[in-house]
Design a protein around this ligand. Structure first.
Ligand SMILES: [Zn+2]
Length: 412
């Protein structure tokens, strides 16, 4: 087929020409095929219940640096080391660092998340992928399907909200009651009041929406239906809510609770929810939150305590937002590369190169343009998993309307 010029042209046209990169882990065609697998799972299992992320905390987890020190016969201990010194040790052995993250996450998944204790409910299926931050440490993004979880849009909203309250919170624990969790939340779960560079990426002050508004209870904010007065209402809502932020700031150090803050702003929980709906663009979960927790990211207490590093957990409200999450998280760094490969392909086509030359050019273009951190390189070279899933997706092309089926790896 490749010797035939016309067939070759067709292959290029249909994008088949870069598909030979599919088995190469981490390439755009590789992630594209993962995406299809997830869509197959969603089609078969329905919308996943939770979207979770787990970041790495190389220095909080003192065992990583201590292990590397031990390997090198170094008698120092992390406790007496400066940040710079610890950095040097960590960089000196990215293999151990990457492998320890990998082991920690897989143990955490198996022995905590999927355990009989069911910290976020009984998991029936999952998908996760490993991604790497700019400075090179890994983190994971996961989807979990929970048995008998209420479904938004099908079940009662009250039921969904009490399900969320059971597993997700942004509460700062009482230091006297639970010092351990209090300290973790204060250390790794406070969004910076100055925000970071990544906050402003999309032209907003904070794309993670911090600070988040206080509320006496958890509710699902659905955009209110437009009517004649909506424009005006939206303006009023914005004014009233910015009044709320002013009141919060004025009484920052007085330890007032939500009701007192609402009182001072001329709001009630009911009117707050009403105004909040006017400025809501898409269905959003607003968690129960005290005024001193407006910079606290949500978490699950059991998972955060065990993981001991930043995490995120979100109840997935609808298929659309779920797909958006997956696509934007799965292909962030690969998107540019996809364009690059496309361009190389086009150039090759125009230059009338033969098949072998074209493939070579595309391969080279991939190998030379993807920047990877040391830990990411370790993951790829040593065959650590970049993704894993409770199902294997088998493509069975039958009939006029072929679709992807996912089958469980283990019979329940
Ligand atoms: Zn921010």
């Amino acid at each position: 087929m490749l010797c035939n010029k016309e067939t070759l042209k067709e292959l290029f046209k249909k994008d088949e020409a870069i598909k030979y990169l599919k088995p190469i882990r981490g390439t755009p065609p590789y992630w594209q095929s993962s995406q299809k697998d997830i869509f197959a799972m969603i089609r078969q299992l329905g919308v996943p219940t939770f979207f979770c992320s787990f970041s790495s905390a190389d220095f909080r987890w003192s065992e990583i640096v201590n292990t590397i020190l031990k390997q090198q016969g170094d008698m120092r201990n992390t406790e007496n080391m400066t940040w710079d010194e610890k950095c040097k040790v960590l960089c000196s052995n990215p293999v151990t660092a990457a492998r320890m993250f990998n082991n920690r996450f897989n143990t955490f998944l198996k022995d905590v998340i999927m355990s009989e204790a069911e910290p976020i409910g009984k998991i029936i299926d999952y998908f996760y992928r490993v991604e790497f931050q700019q400075r090179g440490s890994p983190h994971t993004h996961c989807l979990f399907w929970v048995e008998n979880a209420p479904k938004y849009g099908e079940d009662d909203n009250e039921e969904v909200m009490s399900f969320i309250d059971k597993y997700v919170t942004c509460e700062i624990p009482d230091e006297k009651v639970d010092k351990e969790l209090h300290d973790i939340v204060m250390a790794v779960h406070q969004h910076s009041k100055n925000h970071s560079k990544t906050c402003k990426k999309k032209g907003t002050v904070c794309r993670f929406n911090f600070p988040r508004p206080p509320s006496t209870k958890t509710f699902i904010s659905e955009p209110s239906k437009p009517d004649k007065d909506t424009k005006k209402d939206e303006k009023v809502a914005k004014e009233i809510l910015s009044g709320l932020w002013k009141v919060i700031k004025e009484h920052e150090n007085e330890n007032l609770d939500v009701s007192e803050i609402f009182n001072k702003s001329g709001l009630t929980q009911e009117s707050f929810e009403k105004y909040f709906r006017f400025i809501t663009n898409r269905n959003t979960v607003v968690l129960k939150r005290e005024p001193n927790e407006i910079y606290t990211n949500q978490y699950n207490p059991h998972l955060l305590r065990a993981w001991n590093a930043n995490m995120d957990i979100q109840y997935i409200l609808d298929a659309f937002s779920c797909v958006v999450y997956i696509i934007s998280y799965i292909s962030k760094s690969e998107r540019e590369l996809g364009l690059l490969l496309q361009q190389t392909k086009n150039e090759a086509e125009e230059g009338n190169l033969n098949a072998q030359q074209t493939m070579k050019k595309i391969g080279t273009s991939y190998l030379h343009h993807r920047e990877v951190s040391a830990q990411e390189a370790v993951f790829r070279v040593t065959g650590l998993r970049l993704r894993e899933c409770s199902r294997k997706v088998e493509f069975i092309p039958v009939g006029e309307n072929p679709c992807r089926m996912s089958i469980p790896l283990k019979r329940p």
